[in-house]
Design a protein around this ligand. Structure first.
Ligand code: GLY
Length: 259
């Protein structure tokens, strides 16, 4: 496995401005902020149930998307690659995350051009996929690839093109080594034959954002296909109601950094 077992998680409590965040899901309506906070607390409890040492940064009202901390950094063993957001409204979110990760060797994007959201980076059992997207450009992706290869020179890092969904991990995740779960809304322009691909039904697209944490799997509640698949691979499964974050294009992985 590329990643060692997780022992820590970093999260940021949502700001009360969370409904002002970016979203492509306006048709789902505005989020209920009080319910989002309840769902967030349940999410933190799930991280703790995985025996992670969880640090929670305080909310920052400047950043309505600031709780989606996964986008701000990519952690690989002893390095933290500090991202540059692909949208102006999220620029600045990474600063407080970087401060918290000061114990790791930090790599920041050089030059003016590169952008990268951590949600576009998927660590599989034997390789890393970085998606080129509206948020992650080739310059950002190449700089991350170099940073990862500085840690492990033979690391397989593939730049991939998909369309149809916000971040790579909104639609593609590793359920188990060699087994990927794919949302049909994600249109593939890349050879994934290295893995078995389990494609969810269209109405369960959101459930593709699942989160394995050591021997436990966090899944979005209310999606029967992913629930049945999860039972084939895990004995510890935590379903979480994520409705208010779904309205804001956020999923289980987006809400924390694990390391
Ligand atoms: N709302 C999450 C994002 O658009 O980055």
């Amino acid at each position: 496995m590329l990643l060692p077992p997780f022992t820590h998680a970093l999260a940021r409590r949502p700001a009360s401005s969370l409904a002002n965040g970016l979203t492509t899901q306006r048709h789902l309506g505005p989020p209920n902020v009080a319910l989002a906070m309840q769902q967030y607390d349940a999410y933190l409890d799930a991280l703790r149930a995985c025996a992670l040492d969880v640090t929670i940064l305080p909310p920052d009202e400047r950043f309505p998307d600031g709780h989606f901390v996964e986008d701000t950094a990519v952690i690989f063993r002893n390095i933290a690659f500090i991202c540059r957001a692909g949208v102006p409204s999220r620029s600045g979110e990474a600063e407080s995350v970087a401060s918290h990760l000061a114990h790791l060797h930090q790599v920041t994007i050089e030059g003016e051009e590169g952008t990268l959201d951590g949600g576009d980076v998927l660590f599989c059992a034997d390789r890393v996929l970085i998606r080129l997207s509206a948020r992650t450009n080739r310059e950002g992706a190449e700089q991350l690839r170099s940073a990862l290869r500085a840690v492990q020179p033979d690391l397989r890092v593939e730049l991939v093109s998909f369309s149809g969904i916000l971040h790579l991990k909104s639609g593609l995740n590793e359920l188990a080594p060699g087994v990927l779960v794919l949302a049909p809304a994600l249109h593939l322009h890349h050879d994934l034959s290295f893995a078995e691909i389990l494609t969810l039904p269209p109405q369960e697209t959101y459930a593709a954002n699942l989160l394995p944490i050591n021997d436990t799997l966090l899944i979005a509640a209310g999606f029967p296909t992913i629930s049945a698949l999860a039972e084939k691979y895990y004995t510890h499964i935590i379903p979480l109601d994520m409705s208010e974050f779904e309205k804001m294009d956020g999923g289980l992985s987006c809400l924390s950094l694990r390391y």
